[in-house]
Design a protein around this ligand. Structure first.
Ligand SMILES: [Zn+2]
Length: 237
């Protein structure tokens, strides 16, 4: 999304427009509507000319800003990867997905613009992206270090199953693992990797687990009560 002096804006080409114009709306933020063929490099000048007007209109919008959708946590504590994200409603989020800022703020649409299920879906997609980016390389590092081979790795979003391993050595991991402490997640990864050798919970399996995680009994016990780490918004499917 283009940006002019801290202000994100969208550009829409209108077949009917003859002149460019600025539109500010509560959920879409600032939009520059331009006629076909309008050179985008002229947009900053256009905004510059409307500076006073923009400042006033954006301040009015900020004053009307509505809060987070009820039930959406203000903080997403991703213990597995030592990240903490503050979830803030923002009227500059114009597409309907959660936008991310690199300083630990996750911008989402305010309650006036989305329903709780839409909001949950946006956050779920964002979390799955994080899980893909962090859990898969983690599993690969652990597996390579332990000298174990696996097939594919998939991140899924499951109600209670934390991980699984198929006969073809495909390992599935629950994206909600992000909310669990790192030591428990590490145990889940080890557990599933060991299933690539023993596809059961035999004594041989547990011996192999113990070789890579001596504290596996405690981790396994903590895992059974691990749902309390997951924010209630994400407890369902
Ligand atoms: Zn198992």
């Amino acid at each position: 999304m283009p940006r002019w002096e801290h202000l994100d804006y969208g550009v829409r080409v209108s077949q009917r427009a003859r002149y460019p114009r600025l539109v500010v709306s509560p959920c879409r933020g600032l939009e520059v509507v331009v006629p076909r063929g309008f050179p985008p490099q002229h947009i900053p000048q256009l905004l510059e000319r409307k500076r006073a007007w923009l400042r006033r209109v954006m301040a009015e919008r900020a004053a009307l800003a509505s809060p987070l959708v009820p039930g959406v946590p203000e903080v997403l504590e991703l213990r597995a990867i030592a990240q903490r994200w503050r979830v803030v409603p923002s009227d500059t989020v114009t597409d309907r997905v959660a936008a991310r800022r690199d300083d630990g703020f996750l911008l989402v649409m305010p309650s006036s613009c989305v329903t709780v299920s839409q909001q949950r879906e946006f956050l779920r997609r964002w979390l799955l992206g994080r899980a893909n980016a962090f859990l898969i390389p983690w599993l690969q590092r652990l597996g390579a270090g332990a000298g174990l081979t696996w097939g594919q790795v998939r991140i899924r979003w499951q109600k209670t199953l934390w991980g699984s391993c198929s006969a073809r050595k495909t390992i599935s991991l629950n994206g909600k693992l992000l909310f669990l402490p790192a030591e428990i997640v590490r145990y889940v990864l080890i557990h599933e990797l060991c299933h690539t050798v023993h596809l059961n919970h035999s004594a041989h399996f547990w011996q192999l687990v113990a070789a890579h995680e001596p504290d596996y009994l405690r981790c396994d016990r903590l895992l059974r009560e691990a749902l309390h780490w997951v924010p209630p918004l994400f407890l369902g499917d």
